[in-house]
Write a protein that binds this ligand. Sequence first.
Ligand code: CA
Length: 332
Amino acid sequence: MMLAWIRTLIITCLLYAPLCAGFDIIAHRGASGYLPEHTLAAATLAHSQRPDFIEQDVVMTKDHIPVVLHDIQLQDVTNVEQVFPDRHRADQHFYAIDFTLAELRRLSIHERHNSQGEAVFSQRYQGDSAGFRIATLTEHIELIAELNRQFAVNVGLYVEIKAPAWHRRQGVDISARVVALIQQQVDPKMPVVLQCFDFAETQRIRTTLEYKGQLIQLVGENSWNESNTDYQWLISDAGLKEVAEVADGLGPWLPQLYELTSSKTLNVPDWVYRAHEHGLLLHPYTYRQDALPDNLSGTRLIRYLQHTARVQGLFTDQVPAVKARLSNKANN
Ligand code: CA
């Protein structure tokens, strides 16, 4: 009787895999659609929106402390050029690794600017006097763990190791530091995902560093020069096979997940089917309610991702917008 019931459940799950697989919402750089990215305030707000995970991008300081910042450079999200005007390198850029944590604490964080000093997302947070500061990975871990405890929830960490090859050239093994920190400081019951753009590093994290937790290989475009990884190869059959040997899934760029035909239908690219065949999770980035792709409504895009491309999660700057569309409470 019990066995028959379990068999029915398994068959149902196989037939309706997307319904059983779940759909993880990942708060991209915290609640970055509302507050400056990666601040403790943005992580706090994200937690109140109850995603499955909150993302932390990690770079190293001069005193080799992992801090939560998206770029190895500081100028697009801080006032470093005013506080330390002479501390840029020959390329005129200011690098986090050239500053101690105590120095970085003196900077204030603002909404992301482009190289011309204009807001990248014009409708987002516009103030500059609230005193947002750079925080360490340890501080983010403590904050989320304490909020989890007090609200009796289990929001996870989704940690990205930034530019590991570049960090190595600066004399620091960022992956070893981050893996050790997670092992020492994160309660084993807290969900943790580790992610990296550099496939050689993803392999190293799994093999040499013997990381046992969930691991996601990010997929970019070769033109970004994000790492030495050939992303065209990575999503080929040979590449996917190698990824599946070390990683649990892929974090592709959203435009890599669909083809919009001239008749405005959405097609699933072949590589997506092959990624499913290799058992790889797909967690694409980034759903932005204020910067949707041309010719696509948010509802259509999310329905496509969930039911047609059958991804298992989504990075978003606006958790409430994704939740509303997953529960059919939005019609655009
Ligand atoms: Ca990231």
